[in-house]
Design a binder for this molecule. Sequence first.
Ligand code: ADP
Length: 585
Amino acid sequence: MHKSILVRIASPFVLLIIVLFTGLGIYLTVFVKNIYIESLIQHLEVNAKIIADQAKPYLISNFNLQNLEKITTNNSELMAARITIIRPDGIVLTDSEINTYELENHSNRKEIIEVLQQGFGSDIRVSQSINEELLYVALPITNENDDIIAISRISISISTINQKLRIFQISIIGASLLTAVVVIFLAFMITKRTLNPLKKLNYAIIRMEIVDFDFEQNANTKDEIELLSQYLLKITDHLNKQNEELKLERKTLNAVLNQMTDAVLIVDESGTVQLSNPAAERLFNFKREDVSEKSIIEILRNHQLFDLWKTCRIERIQKEITVEINPSKLFVQAIAKPLDEIFSGGVLLVIQDLTRVRQLEKIRSDFVSNVSHELRTPIASIKALSDTLQEGALEDPPAARRFLNRMDVEIDNLTQMVQELLELSKIESGRVPLRKIFISPKVLVDQAIERMQVQAERSGLSLFPDIPDFLPGILVDPDKIGQVFVNLLHNAIKFTPPGGMVKVKAQEISNDIIFSVEDTGIGIDGDSLNRIFERFFKTDRARSSGGTGLGLSITKHIIEAHNGKVWVESNLGNGSKFFFSIPKK
Ligand code: ADP
């Protein structure tokens, strides 16, 4: 406990007690002394009267000093007082204590002056004659004419009263000191009881390790209440700082969670989702506002993921699975990690959408198997032809030439396929830069028709354009769009029996120029329509015909590189209509 608090609490009370007791002591001493002296005066007055009465006869008719001395001496013993008879002019006639010749004239004594003026006199003073504090009472002794013939004075020592009053004062001082001690003790107890909880509080604050050692040292000069108030200020500062840090951390965490492409969920022990990020909302199709009370099973709606969380929660070790979520057909990898250090019983679920990665993997493996499959046929037939030649066909020159021609065709097919594959891979990887210029759609269509006209005529088909008078120019790579037309027209010619027709149209629809290549050919069945733009895809009916199945795939990539779209409308046996759009701006 700090002294100053005790001093602060006790000192006003101690001061009050001292002032109170001193005041009371002084008042009572004066009061008691006055009462005592008053009653003493009355008593002495009676005695002075008796003396006066006894002395009177020896003063008037037969003056007798000896008798007067006797009266004073006898009464002095009787009354235990000093008795003096004084003449009105101040000369002492007789005194019970002192020889009269030793006494000076008493006319200047206060009680003598008073008695001559008022008929009664009294005084308290230290006697010059006997050097003691005395109370004097004087009465006149008068003759028949009421003339003062002498003064009867009686005096008594009041040192006993003073002694008694001193004892009284000492007891008051003693009582006040005792009370002050009691007050100090009570103040000590009260302060101790009041400060003990504060001390505990201060100790608890120090243990919080918010207040550093230096601060504590400096604060040592202060009492507990001041110390507590300073600690509280320090804690407030600390909490404010911590609050700011927390806000910043939360902002950073939110920013990280919001930007993450992986779904993140934090689930408590009871299975309630406590935190989720936008990626999780997108993946599992829920709103974060609804999540506060949502259970994990309601959100995941997948028993394998739910089991993953459950096992991780029970076993408290990291678990991992790869699952397909139905009905969205999403392929995900989920990792569950226990969060014991930061959130007892909590589990962190991180779910990564691998659908795209898987698709790409599938496309790559399909591509490899398709390429090897497509390459196998011409290579096998070249191998068969060369074997036949080696086994003797060389000896038969016409047959040998036929075989060599067929080998030539197969090698041409292989070369075309390799070229198209290279082209496709270049376009897909974005390695082919587009050299865009503003060009009229009509020019593009005319050039394409001019290029394919001979081929169409040879196949017995009529090929013609259908273009309105005015169409706005578009920004395209004319070579690449030319290649698109060649691919589409080539197919149209290839899959349309002689006598048919192929029409190339261009029209402006809202923000796009839409081109179409329409034929009256064999058409495409419904199942094939969805897959027509895949690499190496050929309809069953087109299997026997030449072609690699890469043309439309290349077409699609070129159009998409121009921010356009490509699609087809067709019915089996009723011709096909291929469209592609190019945005005007
Ligand atoms: P290919 O080199 O085999 O023609 P494409 O990618 O250009 O490759 O075409 C893929 C397949 O789409 C063709 O094999 C064919 O089955 C079908 N196809 C394309 N165009 C037409 C069309 N105009 N009419 C009927 N079928 C077509």
